[in-house]
Design a protein around this ligand. Structure first.
Ligand code: NAD
Length: 508
């Protein structure tokens, strides 16, 4: 299968849909350019699929479900085993595409794919993960057991910032559980996602089991409301995720929605200074701050605020350049619109009285003068009322605050509406234990700045960063992508005593 963009001379290559196992050129009139954020080169044109194309993709998934749900666990698992080998083999090629369309450095693009690959590896354990429960003799001669059955057509809607990892959070686990899938990748960088989809077909995912439609709001709304879709997985911003959660829930779907963030890092004066500052600079400015788990607020406790000049010095050393250039630390942000939004937010920080300790606004990168670059930026003297604190900036910007005690830091973090990730930097086990117990954030790092769990655990953002109970991957996603059925069974043989007709609830 070749779902890669198809070139017609003089026009950008067109990104294909995938319906019923075949690449399909959309008949839509609405196309959007996929643009290299370092150069503004047009890499491809992505279609906004028509209502008929979306319906065909969902119907194909629905038809394929009948056979796929009966396909043995072993067969599904072996497809995933082939898939993980193919993704590993093609990782360097996909990373180049990802870096070109998204802007992150080549090394970080490889990391993006690798974290997704780990989920594919985990999907190969479905034989253990999807087992039910059994209890013998719950009443006289009666046994109870549970079955985990696939739920049907599942849909996935993914953001621009991890075009490999996040699609791989979704469709491998959904499919290996026996469901079929319709994926709607980010329209800003769908090319690497499509390369991963091609490999899934090459690995043996049958026609209709995995389909792809491209587009924006209309496509997403169609997936959330179509009667044949049973579950929706969303990752993206809070505004869109809340809309998706409400719309799909109203239409009777099971929904998981992973959304925006404002991740704090709390620094105690007893922390290892060098390790901590390296971690904070990496987590704040890596991927140009466009990670949902990026550190965006540093809370210095007590004397640790004296470390600020060292943090600024580290940030100044970071090399801002195109992701394809060797030695780059910070690439461009995804689009001109994203850069304009970030700069407007930084302006509010200045006017609202924060101190612009490091100003990355006017950066120019030689050879990439048209790139969407924002240099590492640090605001200190930030307060909770400021827009830069209340809004997810999603750029290479660190806000710095200072509080007298650990209790103050915990209260500050807990009063922020988001609950995706938080870090504590300390050498005190007692402080760490108090923090992990009292902090109201879903994912906690102790001397770890970006505590995204490995795939054997689940991604567990909370509060304003998540809607729905069950997170991506790990054991939780097997619950999300399956319906539990409880069977209570009794078998008679000649020795079974005949109790006659009983019209009361049994007390045995
Ligand atoms: P986004 O919400 O703009 O887009 C996400 C998806 O929704 C895309 O596929 C997009 O096409 C679609 N979409 C956009 N506008 C829509 C609308 N009005 N109605 C319906 N669908 C719409 O997010 P983004 O800018 O691509 O990604 C960045 C955001 O994602 C950040 O807020 C980041 O924190 C968040 N994110 C969260 C996690 C997490 O696990 N919590 C992980 C990665 C990214």
């Amino acid at each position: 299968m070749n779902a890669s963009p198809q070139t017609v001379s003089g026009t950008p290559p067109k990104v294909m849909l995938l319906i019923d196992g075949k690449p399909v050129e959309s008949s839509t009139q609405e196309w959007r350019e996929v643009i290299n954020p370092a150069t503004q080169e047009v890499l491809a044109a992505v279609p906004f699929a028509t209502a008929d194309e979306i319906d065909r993709a969902i119907c194909s998934a629905h038809a394929a479900f009948e056979k796929w749900k009966r396909t043995s666990v072993g067969v599904r698992m072996r497809i995933m085993l082939r898939y993980q080998a193919l993704v590993r083999e093609h990782l360097p090629r996909i990373a180049k595409t990802l870096s070109a369309e998204q802007g992150k450095t080549l090394a970080d693009a490889e990391g993006d794919i690798f974290r997704g690959l780990e989920v594919v590896e985990h999907a190969c354990s479905i034989g253990s993960l999807a087992q039910g429960e059994f209890l013998e003799n719950v009443a006289g001669g009666v046994d109870t057991y549970t079955l985990r059955q696939p739920i049907g057509v599942c849909a996935g809607i993914t953001p621009f910032n991890f075009p490999a990892m996040i699609p791989l959070w979704m469709f491998p686990m959904a499919i290996v559980c026996g469901n079929t899938f319709v994926l709607k990748p980010s329209e800003q960088d769908p090319l690497s996602t499509m390369q991963l989809v091609e490999l899934a077909i090459e690995a043996g995912v049958p026609p209709g089991v995995l389909n792809v439609v491209h587009g924006g709001k209309e496509v997403v709304d169609a997936l959330c409301t179509h009667e044949l879709v049973k579950a929706v997985s969303f990752v993206g911003s809070t505004a869109v995720g809340t809309h998706v959660y409400r719309l799909a829930s109203e239409h009777g779907k099971r929904v998981q929605s992973m959304m925006g963030a404002k991740n704090h890092a709390v620094v105690l004066p007893d922390a290892n200074r060098e390790h901590t500052l390296n971690a904070l600079a990496g987590a704040g400015f890596g991927a140009a701050g466009q990670r949902c788990m990026a550190t965006s607020v540093i809370v210095f406790v007590g004397e640790s605020h004296q470390w600020l000049p060292d943090l600024v010095a580290k940030a100044k050393l970071l090399k801002v350049n195109a992701g394809s250039e060797p030695g780059t630390d910070v690439g461009p942000v995804i689009s001109r619109a994203a850069k304009a939004r970030i700069l407007a937010l930084l302006e509010t920080g200045v006017t609202e009285g924060a101190t612009l300790t490091l100003d990355g606004r006017d950066i120019s990168v030689r050879g990439y003068e048209d790139g969407n670059f924002v240099g590492p930026t640090i605001f200190s003297d930030v307060t909770t009322e400021m827009q830069i604190y209340r809004t997810e900036i999603f750029g290479p910007v660190l806000l710095v605050m200072s509080v007298p005690t650990l209790d103050d830091a915990i209260a500050l973090v807990n009063s922020n509406p988001y609950g995706n990730g938080v870090g504590l930097f300390t050498s005190s086990g007692a402080a760490a234990r108090k923090f992990q117990s009292e902090i109201d954030v879903g994912q906690v790092g102790i001397n770890i700045p970006i505590p995204v769990p490995v795939p054997y655990f689940s991604f567990t953002g909370s509060r304003g960063s998540k809607l729905g109970d069950l997170g991506p991957y790990g054991k939780q996603v097997v619950q999300f992508y399956t319906q539990t059925k409880t069977v209570t069974a009794r078998w008679f043989d000649d020795a079974t005593v005949n109790d006659g007709v009983n019209t009361t609830i049994s007390l045995r």
